[in-house]
Design a protein around this ligand. Structure first.
Ligand code: PSV
Ligand code: MN
Length: 383
């Protein structure tokens, strides 16, 4: 019942999911939270050990900065995982108040460019393939900035960075329609991200964060279109109810995740050799963090397995004969099929725990890190 394509699934975990996080009102501390990147990687490796589906960890620079990245990569490998996407950060320094890669001041633009070149240097040492760029650049009031001038400067800055991307590396540009800028962001939508990366070359692609769209947006349409154009580089998976909530993927709308995974499969992005990266970009503000990541991975595999149940030949026949209700029923039959028992067996067959969340609870890992990780400063979103 579980399609063999499930074996191709790989879900990258964000290092920042294991740190403390919250809202602008309060960041709550949690026992056992990592104090450094090594402990974040150890937690991520635990998620992979229990699920078999999360072999890489994304880093955020400078939150996860270390002196020796090659040593960090070796440390990760000893724990059974690899270092993945490198996320740049041009949104926390005072100098970026009015923008980074789009800033009117050439010196500020250069500082932001240099940060990305430093990230590429990190990638050389970690063996990471992807540089992910999300910009906080934008304006709050009509007239505050020259929309077109900002696009031109963005294009120029991205082009400079792209020239330093190695032959086996890629740049992925993430879009977001609001926040922290409220009137206009400089990369608000997939069309802008596509236009910018298309001007650069084959190794520049779009990153689609599922939380970065207006309510009601048909995200699977964007997935289908970007895959068709060969420009979908990666996903940042999470759930939103209202804004960029960063909740557990599939929690708010499992059907949306099913529809997205159907288009991922339809577009060949789960086939062997596909370079489309599936990542989580989440925070666990009130729920337990490691089980929160395990739950997220399980939600993705469950909706993937359901999407693979769609009888594509029957669906095509129904579509071509104008059988509207029949076509819809084929989708819904797959969506409503409970694949959890079959996935438990799939895990058992691979030497993994049938119930990863139960296995985590029984492992004593949380008690151990609660006892060991005392002293020092806990990591949080932003460190
Ligand atoms: C901010 O919205 C954000 O959540 C983006 O989605 C990035 O991917 C992430 O932070 C990490 O920089
Ligand atoms: Mn994101």
């Amino acid at each position: 019942m579980i399609d063999p394509l499930v074996d191709n699934l790989r879900i990258e975990l964000p290092s920042w999911a294991f740190g403390n996080s919250g809202t602008r009102f309060k960041v709550f501390g949690t026992p056992g939270v990592p104090r450094n990147v090594h402990e974040k990687i150890a937690d991520a490796a635990t998620v992979h050990r229990l699920t078999g589906l999360a072999p890489t960890v994304a880093l955020h620079i400078p939150w996860d900065a270390v002196d020796d990245y090659s040593a960090l990569a070796r440390y990760a490998e000893e724990l059974g995982v690899r270092l993945g996407t490198i996320n740049s950060n041009t949104f926390q320094d005072d100098v970026y108040k009015f923008g980074s890669l789009t800033h009117t001041d050439k010196a500020v633009r250069q500082q932001a460019i240099d940060h990305h070149l430093a990230c590429i240097e990190v990638m050389h040492q970690t063996g990471s393939r992807d540089l992910k760029i999300w910009l906080a650049d934008g304006t709050n009031y009509p007239g505050q900035g020259d929309i077109r001038g900002r696009q031109e400067r963005l294009a120029e800055s991205l082009s400079t960075i792209y020239q330093h991307i190695g032959a086996h590396q890629r740049m992925v540009l993430e879009y977001k329609f609001f926040e922290p800028a409220m009137y206009m962001t400089d990369v608000p939508d997939w069309g802008t991200a596509y236009a910018q990366v298309n001007a650069l070359g084959d190794r520049a692609k779009v990153c689609l964060d599922t939380g970065h769209h207006a309510p009601g947006t048909n995200i699977e349409f964007i997935v289908a279109q970007l895959l068709r154009l060969g420009k979908l580089g990666s996903f940042d998976f999470n759930s939103r109810f209202y804004a960029d909530d960063d909740l557990i993927v599939g929690a708010a709308d499992p059907f949306q995740l099913f529809r997205i995974m159907f288009e991922v499969i339809r577009g060949g992005a789960l086939d062997a050799g596909s370079d489309v990266a599936l990542m989580l970009d989440q925070c666990h503000n009130v729920e337990a963090k490691i089980p929160g990541q395990i739950r997220s991975v399980l939600n993705v595999v469950e909706m993937t397995a359901r999407a693979l149940l769609v009888d594509r030949a029957a669906l095509t026949a129904a579509q071509e004969s104008g059988d509207v209700l029949g076509a819809n029923q084929i989708m819904m039959d797959a969506f409503y099929t409970d694949v959890r028992p079959a996935l438990a067996q799939w895990r058992t067959d691979r030497g993994l725990p049938a119930d990863p969340i139960g296995a985590f609870a029984a492992s004593g890992y949380q008690d151990t890190i609660n006892a060991e990780r005392t002293g020092g400063t806990q990591s949080s979103w932003g460190a």
